[in-house]
Structures are given as C-alpha cells and as structure tokens.
Write a protein that binds this ligand. Structure first.
Ligand code: SF4
Length: 635
C-alpha cells in the first residue's frame, strides 16, 4: 500500500465511518492527507498549517502508516506525544485493521543510567541513600528504565542528574553496563519500530549528530513529520550553537574525584587540578553577580569576569594535560579525559564565538549556562535536513501570518517547498466573538494595567468564570491575579501549583479563572463550556532585550532588513494565534476572545494581525461581549 492509498481513505471514508464512531468528513483533513501522502511517496517536502479541528494528526498518521515505511513523528510537547501514543496511533490501527510497531523514544535524561546509579551508591551519600534504595528496587522490576514510571522524583530533584546520563558523561560502548543499558535498549527498540515518536530536542540531537555513534534513529527513517513545527526555529538555535554550564563543570569534578579515588588515589596532581576547576567555576559564578536573567556577553565582559574566564580555561587545560597521559588506565578515565577536552573546547567556543554567532549567558540563582547561538538557523538547518533524503513534513495549527507561510519557511531555510494553509472547519462566525475594548491606553503606559483590570473583572463576572487570562509577563500574572482576588474571585494563578494540577482544578470547576503566561498559551486543550472566555492582555511581542533577538535585529538591520516587520511581528502573530487557539477546541464550543491591546486597531500593522486570526465577528462594545457570554450560560 502506498501513502497515497492511506490518504485516499479520507476520500472514500466508509472505513473511517465504520471504525471511528462520530467521524465527520472534513475537506481540509482530506486535502492535508493527500499532500502528506504525495510527499511520503515521492520523498518530498511539505509545510502545512492545519487550523484547529482539521484533524491533522490522523491526516498524517494514516498515509504514513499505510506506506509501511519507517516514519518519525516529532512533537514539541509531551502532551501531544502522549496523545499520539495513547489515542491517535490506536485509532489509526483500527482504521487500517492491523497493528503497527510504534514506540515513544525519549531523551536520555528520562532513562535510568545503571553506571551512574552505581557511582552514586558508591559515593556513600547518606542523604540520598533511602531514595537510592528505592530506585535500585525499582530498577530490578522495570522493563523500560523510564524514570517516569518510578514516579517519586521530580524534574528538579538533586538525585535526577546523579542517576541519569548526559552525552558528556555517558561512557558509550566503553561502558561495562552497555549490554544492560536502558538508553541503548530504547534506541534499539526505536530502530526496530515502524513509527517512532520523539520530541524536537531529541530529533535535533540526532540531526546535529550530538548522539553520534550511539545508535542514531534518523538515518533509518524514510519520512519525518514535525508536528507543532512552529517551535522549531527557536529550538534549532540551541542545537546549532554551543553551550557550557556550571553544572557540567561540577559534574566533571565530582565524577573525576570518584574515579581517581577508585584508581587508588595515586594521581594527586590531577586531583588538585580537579579542585582547581571547581574553584575556578565558583569564582566565575561569583564574578557574574547575583542577578538572574539573560545577558549578552558584551554586557558582561568586564576585566574581573575576563580574568575568571582565563583562570577557568587554564584550570581545564591543566587538567586535560594531566589526564591525557593516564587516560588508558580505565575506560572511565578515558571518557573523563574526552569530556574535559570537550568542555575546554566549549569554553573557547562560547567565549570567542565565530562570526554570525552571539555569545550570551543565562543565570538562575547560582547556576549559569553560557551559550553561543547562531543568528541564522536557516543555513545550518537546511544543510542538516539535506543530508536526510526522505520526506519531510512540517505542520502546526499556527505557522502562517496573514495566510502566508513565508516567515516560517524563511526562518528554516526551506526555500521552494510545497505549501498548504488549511483553515479550521469550526464555525467561528457563529460560535465566537472577538471583543477589542475601545479607548484602551497603550501597553506600557501608567494607565494600561488599571484599564485592563477593569475589562478583565467585567468580562469574568459576565462569563461567571470559565476564563483564561493569558498574559505576557509574570508581573502581569501577579498583578491581575491580585486584582481578581480583591474582587472576590479565587483565581488559579500560574506558579501556585504544578501546571497539570492547575488544569485539573480548572476543568473541575465551571466557575474557575486561570491567570497564566507563556506555557499556557499553547498545548492546553480545555473543551466545551468549561472554557468560554479567553482574555489576552497584550500582543505577545518577544522582548528586544533578549540578547539573541537584539543581536539578530542588529544583523538584520545591517543586511537592510526590517527586524520588526520581518521577524518580531510574524513571531508575535504566531504566538497570538496559539493563545487564541485555546478558545474553540470543538465544533460545538462557543466563547468570547478579548484582546485588550489597542494596537490591534491603532497600529499600522493591526490589519495583518487581525487577518491572521480565525474569521470571527468583532465588537468594540463591552455590553455586546457580555450579552454573548450571558447567552452561553446553560439554561
Ligand atoms: S552506556 Fe551510558 S547511559 Fe548506558 S549505562 Fe553506560 S553510562 Fe549509562
């Protein structure tokens, strides 16, 4: 069977109707499936924006699985990964009438590393001992080594990095436990599967050969489908650049000390050099100061910091020089020597970036990550995918700006590629209303917050809850949250509980109000009456204070481009579309979208933003918006 034959199931949809109760034909879904089928059969490239409700997952899964070729589906969020694995792949199997060998492959940080578990146990850390015993018990029972099953370790737990591996500290084929390794087992399973579900980070690690020599998945694939592709340009920047963190250096020191002790403690100079690396890292962290946030290297480049960098470089070079002659004493020492050389090279790369890269530093508490990020990801991305000749399909509900995919294609260097923009099948004309308050002050002016709060209070009261207030900053979340509390509501506020718990509480209470920022703008699916009002305070322009953006804008200006129109605006439109997409999730959903930012109508670019939104009626009259909300109340 070809992929096109899988796509044809949407044309003559008898088997879909028979297999999927409640299935309704959608023209956009059939068109997308046909385009995906053609791309897979011909090894082509395709970009598809499929509006909410198109049914894009099945539109690519059926042609992909029908082709019986090896397919990778990559997503940005865990939510979509689980949905594919637990719901969409079983549905596709039902339609096709056969089982498919599929697997979810996660990043290595999700799997228990038996070697590091041994090392951590041997360290005799009494504080960790009870948890280590529990992990060891679980390790004897698990069939996958996926720590998600263990369930008792949070992402931020200090134990996590001690029992998982990184590309830096993994011994690879030199590991004595290679044959029992869970990372290797997961990769082998992926190599044998017909469908492998990964996330974009893992895909990029493969694409940029960060996992070289460790059972890559990409080379065996005939087709790659990148869902939630709007996230790709930002993720790509990280993988085509370099980074060095304080944590990597601390891990090197700790693992180095443990190995030298194991070897009998007869390398006092190397042991001293490890201590010097630790001291130099501490001195560098102290020189950076206590302010958290991201700053360009130019802004940090003071004599004191430069001196601390030089000391760190010297300490790493000295350690490397002492380890190299002794590296053959053990596989672990060999790996440590390689790691030390790699970290020294990274320090050189981030402190003296190549032309076209920006050097910047991220500081959180005492921790730091120093990056060198390319200003242009289009060239390296285009080159990287060129090396894999299979089909490439890029899709998301939000890729187009004013129905045009140029911005997305340009940022990834996709050139002349097959393109489709498929509108949502939902009836926005009758089921939704866009309310843009009149006479709003400009964002950033002293009166804006008070005016926004007045609108939020009135709309939330009219809707009797069932509302998301989506903000562009944590400051606004706190501010609006306090105002709603003072007004007698009991808002759920981002940061007050884990994301999943907040969503569960929201769904459980018909009158709930959630005030949140970034991570709630996308990947959140609350259907039906539970969510009937989405309020967005400002157009979500990325901050030009971001060091990578600032450098990118400077480079664009030098090249005669317009950073605002060519970059900042399209990026904001795509982010806005994500937020707007939370409101109508199903054919029967109804609700009001309120955008408090007056630039929607006053700015010269306002029409571009408005034309990029789903086609819903617009009102500037709050009474009309409240009446619409009032009419939504169950009788
Ligand atoms: S091969 Fe790497 S990940 Fe696997 S057990 Fe060894 S060190 Fe850990």
């Amino acid at each position: 069977m070809t992929a096109a034959a899988g796509a044809a199931l949407f044309e003559d949809d008898a088997s879909l109707r028979e297999s999927l109760p409640g299935y309704a034909a959608r023209a956009g879904q059939a068109e997308m499936a046909a385009a995906v089928g053609q791309a897979i059969d011909e090894g082509g490239r395709l970009v598809v924006e499929a509006g909410t409700g198109t049914g894009k997952t099945l539109a690519y899964l059926l042609p992909a699985l029908a082709s019986r070729r090896k397919v990778i589906v990559s997503t940005a969020t865990r939510y979509l990964q689980s949905q594919l694995d637990e719901k969409d792949v079983p549905l596709a199997e039902t339609v096709l009438g056969r089982r498919v060998r599929s697997t979810v492959l996660k990043g290595r940080a999700n799997y228990l590393c038996l070697h590091r578990l041994n090392l951590t146990e041997a360290s005799g850390d009494l504080y960790l001992a009870p948890k280590l015993r529990a992990v060891r018990d679980w390790a004897a029972r698990t069939k996958t080594g996926d720590l998600g099953e263990f369930g008792d370790i949070g992402d931020g737990d200090a134990l996590w990095p001690r029992i998982t591996s990184t590309t830096d500290n993994c011994l690879g084929q030199e590991c004595p436990l290679y044959d029992q390794c869970w990372v290797v087992a997961a990769r082998r399973e992926a190599q044998a599967a017909d469908l492998v579900i990964v996330n974009h980070y893992l895909l990029f690690a493969d694409l940029t050969l960060r996992e070289s020599g460790f059972g890559e998945v990409l080379p065996g694939a005939d087709a790659v489908v990148l869902d939630e592709a709007h996230k790709l340009p930002d993720i790509a920047g990280r993988f085509f650049g370099q980074a060095l963190s304080g944590r990597q250096l601390a891990d090197l020191v700790r693992d180095g000390v443990a190995e030298l002790d194991t070897l009998g403690g007869d390398m006092p100079s190397a042991r001293q050099a490890l201590g010097d690396v630790g001291d130099a890292e501490s001195a560098f962290a102290a020189a950076l100061g206590t302010d958290s946030g991201s700053r360009s290297w130019e802004a940090l480049d003071t004599p004191a910091i430069r001196e601390a960098v030089a000391a760190l470089q010297t300490a790493l070079d000295t350690l490397k020089g002492l380890l190299e002659p002794a590296a053959d004493r053990s596989d672990r020492l060999k790996a440590l020597t390689r790691r030390c050389a790699d970290l020294a090279a990274r320090l050189t790369a981030v402190s003296a970036p190549e032309t076209g890269q920006v050097s910047w530093l991220e500081k959180r508490g005492r921790g730091w990550i120093w990056h060198s990020t390319p200003l242009d990801v289009a060239t390296p991305f285009a080159r990287a995918i060129e090396a894999y000749p299979g089909a490439w399909v890029f899709t998301s509900a939000t890729l187009a700006v004013n129905n045009d995919l140029d911005y997305f294609c340009h940022r990834l260097g996709l050139g002349e590629i097959e393109r489709r923009v498929l509108p949502s099948p939902f009836d926005y004309e009758n089921n939704a209303l866009l309310y843009a308050p009149p006479r709003m002050p400009a964002p950033g002016t002293p009166d804006f917050d008070a005016a926004a709060i007045e609108e939020i209070r009135a709309l939330v009261a009219a809707a009797e809850g069932g509302a998301f207030v989506l903000c562009t900053s944590y400051r606004a979340v706190a501010h609006y949250g306090e105002a709603l509390t003072r007004a007698g509501f009991e808002p759920l506020i981002q940061g007050s509980a884990p994301r999943a718990a907040l969503l569960e509480d929201f769904r459980a209470d018909a009158g709930a109000v959630l005030v949140a920022t970034s991570s709630f703008w996308e990947g959140v699916d609350v259907r039906g009456h539970a969510l009937r009002l989405v309020i967005i305070d400002r157009l979500p322009f990325a901050s030009p204070a971001d060091p990578v953006l600032a450098a990118r804008f400077t480079a664009m200006k030098e090249a005669g481009e317009n950073p605002f129109m060519d970059y900042q605006l399209p990026q904001a439109v795509i982010a806005l579309k994500q937020g707007v997409g939370r409101l109508i999730r199903d054919a029967d959903d109804r609700g009001v979208l309120a955008i408090c930012d007056p630039r929607l109508f006053t700015a010269r670019y306002g029409p571009i933003v408005r034309k990029s939104l789903p086609p819903m009626p617009v009102t500037r009259d709050r009474n009309a918006a409240c009446a619409f909300l009032d009419a939504l109340s169950p009788a």
